[in-house]
Write a protein that binds this ligand. Structure first.
Ligand code: XMP
Length: 514
């Protein structure tokens, strides 16, 4: 196992990911929230020091625990990790006049264990740089193995102690050979065997849940039908059986047939105790006439918690609340970068509930990335159709109906959305798209059907490709596909007489319309 110490880089999570891709178990811990005893108890075969936004040229900035360099195990410093390693081991770091951001050419001036089978002396691979400071003199025992235009010590090695460090970021895809360097570190340098698999993770996670919940603890899970909460529910059910209760709050803004599918899969197929609450009257009632997107989100989030709490109380409460928190969420919450970022949209979750109901959290997916959760889901036997589903926002169709929401509009949108998704599936495009959905606009336009004038809603279709939802491109459907969707929607859905396709990317657009 590998320990990754986080100095607050935006991409630390990618280091963990690369290590896992190499078949090795790893954990990321903030550099200052792990004690020497905990490091020793973790018994890593190697330690990776991440990048970070601070400057080691200031005295009050992060340093690695001294123990890291005294355990007699390999250490790999990346970016800030290299700089603090040099500063702590007797070298020096200076602010550089020339900062280096983005693509750079590395001049491989010597061979080293990290480069084995990847780069050779004389090679000029492309690497991704992002640094202001640079190492100015090396600590004793180190030699230079790579230089770049603005970093004379872009890659350094101390073969005796098995300490390696690079100024560039091997964890990002913009360093094309980077994953192989990380794989070399964990396999060749640290001697990890590379047999970590999702099946091993599942077994560990089940053990972990049993340990945390104990012999008699009871867990409650807010099931949304999405991938994360579904995987959490099935995993916990495998661990503690009937001591898990799921609550599915149906706000009336789900897609066509979705609630039935959720109930059938979990209650009938998995035999998981499931309460299906049809709270659509309550939600639609409180949403009536509300047109501000953030207000809609707040109303839905607040009601969700009220309904969930009421149902949980009816079940006699629980000691634990299960949540599908993923790795990127964890990293965000321990970011050192400072400065709150602008709130574009307040995403809805069950925040605040654990305190209110005095429950502890069970978060078995904390170490995983989205695609790893999908892999775990398959390992747990969840149907592929469920695992591969596009993301669906907590507030559901409420944010796909700009302006006030009501049941009629939701019904119209459900039908149009189902036709659109059916066409996408029929065309074999579903898995090529990150998210696709229909939006019902509060705009009416004139049309002509069967020689008569119509005056109905506009339906907008949206489909984007993305890797993480942070940026997105619109999907370039062929025009005959779009034409087919438009014809079917207008013919089959009363209330819509015009269909448009959204060709906005993110940024400047967002994926949802609200
Ligand atoms: P945006 O619209 O911000 O969407 O580009 C990025 C991703 O987040 C989802 N999304 C939400 N998910 N509650 C959620 O649980 C929300 O309020 C919400 N708003 C957007 C969106 O579907 C996309 O996957």
């Amino acid at each position: 196992r590998i320990l990754i110490l986080d100095f607050g880089s935006q991409v630390t999570q990618l280091i963990a990911r690369r290590v896992r891709e190499a078949g090795v178990y790893s954990e990321v811990h903030p550099f200052n929230r792990i004690s020497d005893e905990e490091i020793e108890a973790f018994a890593p075969k190697g330690i990776i020091l991440s990048g970070g936004p601070a400057s080691v040229t200031h005295s009050d900035t992060p340093r690695a625990p001294e123990l890291v360099f005294n355990l007699g195990i390999p250490v790999f410093g990346i970016c800030y990790g290299e700089q603090t390693m040099c500063a702590q081991l007797g070298g020096s770091v200076e602010p550089s006049d020339e900062q280096e951001f983005g693509r750079a050419e590395l001049d491989v001036v010597d061979d080293c264990g990290l480069f084995e089978g990847v780069w050779q002396k004389g090679g000029k691979p492309v690497v991704w740089m992002s640094h202001g400071d640079r190492v100015d003199s090396l600590p004793p025992g180190f030699r230079v193995v790579g230089k770049s235009k603005n970093a004379p010590f872009a890659a350094i090695a101390d073969d005796d102690r098995k300490f390696y460090a690079v100024q560039f970021h091997p964890e990002v895809v913009h360093t094309p050979d980077g994953a192989r360097l990380i794989s070399n570190f964990v396999h060749l340098v640290c001697g990890c065997s590379g047999d970590w698999t999702m099946a091993a993770f599942k077994a560990q996670a089940i053990e972990g849940i049993r340990r945390q919940v104990g012999e008699n603890g009871r867990v409650i899970c807010a099931l949304s039908g999405g991938v994360d909460s579904s995987v959490v529910a099935v995993l916990i059910h495998e661990a503690i059986g009937e001591r898990l209760n799921c609550i599915y709050v149906d706000h009336g803004l789900m897609r066509l047939g979705e609630s039935d599918q959720v109930v059938r899969l979990f209650r009938d197929h998995y035999n998981i105790p499931l309460v299906h609450v049809d709270a659509s009257d309550l939600f639609l009632g409180k949403l009536a006439g509300v047109d501000d997107p953030e207000k809609k989100r707040k109303i839905i989030g607040g009601l969700f918690i009220d309904v969930f709490e009421e149902e949980a109380t009816k079940l006699g409460g629980a000691d634990f609340l299960a949540q599908g928190t993923l790795y990127p969420d964890v990293i965000e919450s321990v970011s050192f970068a400072g400065g709150p970022s602008a709130t574009i949209k307040s995403h809805h979750n069950v925040g605040g509930l654990p305190e209110r109901m005095n429950m502890k959290l069970v978060e078995p997916l904390r170490e995983l990335f989205k695609d790893e959760v999908r892999e775990l889901g398959l390992e747990l036997g969840l149907p592929e159709s469920m695992i591969g589903r596009h993301p669906f926002p907590g507030p559901g169709l409420a944010i796909r109906i700009p302006g006030p929401v009501d049941r009629d509009k939701a019904d119209i949108l459900r039908k149009a959305d189902a036709i659109y998704l059916e066409e996408i599936r029929n065309a074999g495009l579903y898995d090529k798209i990150w998210q696709a959905f229909a939006v019902l606009l509060p705009v009416k336009t004139v049309g002509v059907m069967g020689d008569a004038r119509t005056y109905d809603h506009v339906c907008a279709l949206r489909a984007v490709t993305s890797t993480d939802g942070m940026t997105a491109d619109f999907y370039p459907f062929p025009s005959d596909f779009l034409g087919r969707c438009a014809t079917r929607i207008i013919n089959e859905v009363r209330g819509i007489n015009r269909v448009v396709y959204d060709v906005t990317s993110k940024p400047p657009g967002t994926i949802e319309w609200e």
